[in-house]
Design a protein around this ligand. Structure first.
Ligand code: IPM
Ligand code: MG
Length: 361
């Protein structure tokens, strides 16, 4: 059976890194019997330029139809002056909300070959393998009311709403506990229950879920400020972390940097049926866009996550991950992960190298 993959390259370095991921997909099709069709559509600033909206109707329709979605990145300075509803980020947020992709899995894995790329001491980060499960369709990102209003005294004030329902907390909790079950059965839930009612409910629901349905998983709780500190102090104490949309946004960038380069890390955003959108966790990097130097590995590894989580092809996923490992072993590096004695290559050469290693699998 052929699967349909929607490819949304987006903005900035998006088209460059997606092109390399597509080389990998074509190689799987030609040489590994992977049966898939690909369809492209614009999103983000590219969506605005093509159709006047960051999430054009046909793009959302394609995303709904597809079995999985591969996304590059969105955003860039040329769209920053637009009204908020038309900015590129709304394309991404619209896809997350429109497809109910509430569970965002963000692994932070340190490749042994890149131990020197981290700004932390090698002994603190070597062997690091954390999974952050971030709630993605609720919380302060989507809560209403929101806006900027004028107060009686004439001053403007900005306001947003942090809100989570019991069912929203429970479903992300289940995803996290299930993820923990497939790993070391340790889960740390991160909140701010000492200050926020919303977090108080979060902690109560997660605790109850643990007690009632996931007794085999060791559950701990941590305040977000402490979690940020612990992540840089002793990151290997964590295995799976679960948290809200905004805390997860922040902690996942911190965790990514422990591994040396945000250019290496993929992510999956899943609905309750396993359908998902896959994207590198780095952004559109407008400063290096068009120069052919971006690291395509996070996007290529996102293809591996797609094969594993949505398309039931764990063997092919493993082939891709091994191919990336071999390329790193061979000493090839893009600029962002370069270190002395290594050979610095551009985006396309890195993609070609992964395909060559894949062919040899
Ligand atoms: C991310 C990004 C997005 C977010 C932006 C681009 C809207 O930072 O995926 O982490 O805040 O969720
Ligand atoms: Mg972010």
């Amino acid at each position: 059976m052929s699967v349909k993959i929607a490819i949304l390259a987006g903005d900035g370095i998006g088209p460059e890194i997606i092109a390399e991921a597509e080389k990998v997909l074509h190689c799987l099709r030609l040489e590994f019997g992977f049966s898939a069709e690909f369809e492209h559509a614009p999103v983000g600033g590219a969506g605005f330029d093509a159709a006047g909206h960051p999430l054009p109707e046909p793009t959302l329709a394609l995303a709904h139809q597809a079995d999985a979605i591969l996304l590059g990145s969105v955003g860039g300075p040329q769209w920053e002056q637009l009204e908020r509803d038309l900015r590129p980020e709304q394309g991404l947020l619209g896809l997350r909300a429109g497809l109910e992709l509430f569970a965002n899995l963000r692994p932070a894995i340190l490749y042994p070959q890149l131990a020197n790329a981290s700004t932390l001491k090698p002994e603190i980060v070597s062997g690091l393998d954390i999974m952050i499960v971030r709630e993605l369709t609720g919380g302060i990102y989507f809560g209403k009311p929101r806006g900027i209003r004028i107060r009686e005294d004439g001053q403007r004030e900005g306001f947003n709403t942090l809100v989570y329902s019991e069912s929203e907390i429970e479903r992300i909790g289940r995803s996290a506990f299930e993820t923990a079950r497939k790993r070391s059965r340790r889960l740390c839930s991160v909140d701010k229950a000492n200050v926020l009612e919303c977090s108080e409910l979060w902690r109560e629901i997660i605790s109850k879920l643990g007690k009632d349905d996931y007794n085999d998983v060791e559950l701990s709780h941590m305040y977000v400020d402490n979690a940020a500190m612990q992540l840089v102090r002793e990151p290997k104490q964590f295995d799976v972390m679960v948290t809200t949309n905004m805390f997860g946004d922040i902690l996942s960038d911190a965790a990514a940097m422990l591994t040396g380069s945000i250019g290496m890390l993929p992510s999956a955003s899943l609905d309750s049926h396993g359908k998902g959108m896959y994207e590198p966790i780095h952004g559109s990097a407008p400063d290096i866009a068009g120069r052919g130097v971006a690291n395509p590995l996070a996007t290529i590894l996102s293809v591996a996550m797609m094969l594993r989580y949505s398309l039931d092809e764990p063997v092919l996923a493993g082939h891709i991950e091994q191919a990336v490992g071999k390329v790193l072993d061979s000493g090839l590096r893009t600029e962002d992960i370069a270190s002395s004695g290594m050979q610095v290559v551009g985006t396309a050469d890195m993609g070609d190298a992964v395909v060559a290693a894949l062919r040899a699998a």
